[in-house]
Design a binder for this molecule. Structure first.
Ligand code: GLC
Ligand code: MG
Length: 239
């Protein structure tokens, strides 16, 4: 649909954003490239929070914005929600049941979010509770996807959602079949999209859960941090 030959599909916090000098350098690099590079931002933030960050950091408007850890997709520069995706992922989604179970685990602090597209918690240095919660959701047969990032954030998502599923859907529906993609991330909620077999980069400042992830032939571990790591990987794959 969009005549782009390349797409940068990147997480925001800790990946594209984190070092403003490196970000400026990367933006300058893309500007002077003769290529028209499409942009997909794929973030854990909700829409308003992602929009604030984009404004604060002066980020170029994306072609596609994927928010809430891959549970919502917004298209065009006007950020119109893709309702087909929303309806599809909400089919087997039981947020109330998840909340009921979570109440049994007081150290899990529910994040205040504008909707229940996903249910997220913050937990401080209590991996046992996270594991118990995970086990209970599984034993109770609640359809879900469990994501633990940065030793702090627990995201419970509809089973057919997540950054990887949303990225595959967005590429399939909004870009040419043979578009070349670079996927970039820094923490646990990015694992799903970094494991899909696309050229992918783990930036140098990544959290331990990504450092430990399995290799695949197109997974590149950058030594540069933040946007510098994306730049390094772009040159590695496409120059
Ligand atoms: C971002 C979101 C938060 C989420 C975390 C991990 O920090 O703001 O809600 O839990 O990413 O996905
Ligand atoms: Mg991140």
């Amino acid at each position: 649909m969009r005549k782009k030959s390349f797409v940068l599909a990147t997480d925001l916090d800790g990946t594209l954003v984190g070092d403003s000098g490196a970000l400026q350098k990367l933006q300058f690099y893309y500007k002077q490239l003769a290529l028209d590079v499409g942009v997909i931002y794929i973030t854990g933030r909700h829409l308003a929070s992602a929009s604030t960050l984009m404004a604060e950091e002066n980020l170029p408007p994306p072609d596609i914005l994927i928010t809430d850890v891959g549970t919502a997709i917004y298209t065009s520069h006007n950020l119109i929600e893709d309702q087909v995706w929303t309806n599809k992922v909400q089919k087997s989604w039981y947020p109330q049941k998840i909340n009921q179970i979570a109440h049994k685990f007081p150290p899990l602090k529910r994040q205040v979010l504008p909707n229940d597209k996903r249910i997220s918690f913050t937990v401080y240095e209590n991996v046992e509770v996270v594991n118990e919660f995970k086990k209970t959701l599984y034993e109770e047969n609640i359809p879900h996807k469990f994501i633990f990032s940065s030793n702090r954030d627990v995201d419970i998502l509809p089973p057919n959602s997540g950054k990887g599923e949303a990225l595959v859907y967005a590429l399939h529906n909004y870009f040419d079949k043979d578009v070349q993609v670079l996927v970039a991330g820094d923490s646990g909620n990015d694992l799903d999209m970094l494991s899909r077999g696309y050229p992918s980069v783990i930036v140098g400042n990544a959290q331990s859960e990504l450092i430990d992830m399995n290799d695949h032939p197109l997974l590149y571990r950058a030594s540069q941090h933040f946007a510098g790591g994306i730049h390094e990987a772009w040159l590695h794959f496409f120059k």
